[in-house]
Ligand binder design. Sequence first.
Ligand code: ATP
Ligand code: MG
Length: 158
Amino acid sequence: MRVEDISLEELKTLANIIAKYVKSYDLNFIYLNGDLGTGKTTFTKYFCENFSVEPSQISSPTFSIVNVYNGVRTIYHVDLYRIGDIDEVFYVLEENFEDKEGIFIIEWSDLFKEYFTEKGIKINFYHKDEFLRDIDVITDLRSLEEDLRRWDCEREKV
Ligand SMILES: Nc1ncnc2c1ncn2[C@@H]1O[C@H](COP(=O)(O)OP(=O)(O)OP(=O)(O)O)[C@@H](O)[C@H]1O
Ligand SMILES: [Mg+2]
């Protein structure tokens, strides 16, 4: 489903709703795609706060490839933008993939789609203007989709 004209503050609410479902369901993968500067890392920051990760710990893994945040769950924040060979990522993440409690957030997953087939929530970001984004959330969790639709209707009334 698509949510249009999302402000920064609304992105935080969206991240909180999604975090609630990741907590309650057996979900480990979040795939984030969209052009540079559309909000993937900002979303990750808001999302991770729900798992008691210090906001100051969270940064873009553009150069580090993988950042690991220790909150109430361990969150592996990955950015594939600068990766030439996917083995660079698997080399770093090899043992982490065994972490069945871990949450993997993958920015630019579509660059290596064929390697990221684990079921998860996909979020695509589109730049609308300086302060607004359109966002597609792709999930087979009906209740999450219903929750997002309800929130989308509510916020339009404001
Ligand atoms: N409605 C909005 N949603 C998301 N980001 C917004 C919004 N309005 C303004 N911004 C700003 O846009 C920037 C988004 O940058 P961010 O690093 O999150 O993008 P990114 O998608 O991770 O980029 P990259 O592909 O380079 O990693 C931030 O500076 C953020 O404050
Ligand atoms: Mg980023």
